[in-house]
Write a protein that binds this ligand. Structure first.
Ligand code: LLP
Length: 429
């Protein structure tokens, strides 16, 4: 399905014109398509339908409670990375046995919370962390189910901030350490080793590094089996990229569109087969590939100006709403919501926000029809790591979030008002 499409010379999400939402709710605003969310979630659930596969949605990509609930209802579990995300996953009704806890720095209170709620497993990333979990489990007289995240030292082509599986990264542990930790867990009365995990990075648009990682994990699991530890599952992490339409990316330029480079089904089949064939369960941790293409950020032009050879459109969204361009030099397609007649000439605009940072830009040199104050633009492919990374920097209020379902739409998070800027603040005694 195509969640966002032009009809009657304007941009719609499902059966609702985006201009109608902008008028009713104001801008900037994130708009998501429920049908697209459900379809993407279903693709992960049904691609390799088996009692032995579980897709745990990476909550960090988008943690709106209404979206989490939809994804949970579609059959996804959750990959959480903090007590806050665990709280949100449980609040959304995701069953604890479908929740895994990843991350290099789980605090004691977070470990307690995980055990208290009986989640599927804590994925350990250091010897010290395993000790901390063992201590909490022993105190509680409760078995802690343990996965170990191994760093497979696999290079994946993506932004350097998004590769995680090379040996100098902070993530996971070296293979020999992973084996030691799983043995330590087996020997401990309150630890039970159940899984081996890897996550090689994010926004990866080739399937081969994932397949390499899956084979690496299976090989390690087989060695563990012969040393007496039979794991329940192998976890290949997340990281499947989406097509941001970036012309600097040669793969994108050939496909042109806004769709995935690799289909979800193709990815799931490629990564799960070696694992299922070896007789292990599979866990996946997809984030971006589920929510990324389902959302856009709607913004209005406030002013335009030309200087220093650049034509700027100053819009009411900024890096506080969508930080990916600033942080990763990321490309998001920008399209007019009300395109003017086809024959209208376009010219390059740099789209910037109102924030006092030179890095506060959303798009550079995009060919757009002449822009006027009040014109609406849609920043596409913004469903993942968009709102989730929003902030109140420069006293900016976080935007509203809208979920479209057919002809209807609902506000699933209200725009903040100025009182939010005082949340939890108090004057010193
Ligand atoms: N599992 C683990 C352990 C992770 O660290 C991540 C993402 C995922 C799964 C989900 O990866 P995905 O399927 O979404 O690629 N802020 C960046 C992305 C950082 C990803 C961090 N970890 C961005 O805006 O592109």
């Amino acid at each position: 399905m195509v969640a966002f499409h032009y009809h009657d010379n304007q941009l719609w999400c499902e059966d609702v014109p985006l201009a109608e939402i902008a008028t009713a709710v104001g801008t900037p605003v994130y708009v998501y398509s429920q049908a697209e969310l459900q379809q993407r979630a279903a693709a992960f659930v049904t691609a390799e339908s088996s009692a032995f596969t579980l897709a745990c949605y990476a909550v960090k990509a988008n943690n709106n409670p209404a979206i989490l609930r939809l994804l949970g209802e579609a059959g996804l579990g959750a990959d959480v990375t903090s007590g806050g995300e665990l709280f949100l996953a449980l609040h959304a009704g995701i069953p604890p046995h479908k929740i895994i806890f990843s991350g290099v720095g789980k605090r004691r209170d977070e470990i307690e919370m995980a055990l208290e709620n009986g989640i599927r497993a804590l994925h350990v990333e250091s010897a010290m962390e395993l000790e901390a979990i063992a201590a909490v489990a022993a105190e509680r007289q409760q078995i802690a189910r343990i996965g170990v995240r191994v760093n497979p030292d696999i290079h994946a082509e993506t932004h350097p901030y998004m590769t995680t599986g090379e040996k100098w990264h902070k993530f996971g542990v070296a293979p020999e350490t992973a084996v030691t930790l799983l043995h330590t867990a087996r020997e401990h009365p309150w630890l039970h080793p159940v899984g081996l995990a890897a996550h090689i990075g994010s926004q990866i648009t080739a399937v081969s590094p994932f397949v390499q990682s899956a084979h690496f994990l299976v090989h390690m699991a087989e060695e563990l089996t012969s040393s007496g530890i039979r794991l329940e599952y192998v976890d290949v992490g997340g990281g499947l990229g989406i097509d941001y339409g970036d012309p600097r990316n040669p793969i994108s330029a050939t496909t042109g569109g806004l769709r995935n480079q690799i289909s979800i089904e193709g990815w799931v089949t490629a990564v799960t087969q070696p694992i299922l064939a070896a007789g292990y369960g599979v866990v996946m941790e997809p984030g971006r590939s589920i929510v990324g293409p389902t959302g856009c950020l709607l913004t209005r032009v406030t002013y335009t100006k030309s200087q220093g050879g650049t034509q700027f459109a100053i819009v009411d969204a900024g890096m506080s709403d969508l930080i990916r361009p600033t942080l990763y030099d990321a490309y998001h397609p920008v399209v007019p919501v009300m395109p003017v007649a086809d024959e209208m000439a376009t010219s390059p605009y740099t789209i910037v926000g109102p924030i006092c940072e030179t890095g506060d830009w959303l798009a550079k040199d995009r060919n757009l029809p002449p822009l006027q104050p009040g014109d609406l633009l849609a920043i596409m492919q913004a469903g993942a790591y968009g709102y989730a990374m929003a902030s109140n920097y420069n006293g900016r209020l976080k935007p509203a979030e809208i979920l479209v379902n057919g002809h209807h739409y609902a506000v699933i998070r209200k725009r903040q008002d100025y009182t939010h800027l005082l949340d939890g603040c108090q004057a010193p005694e």
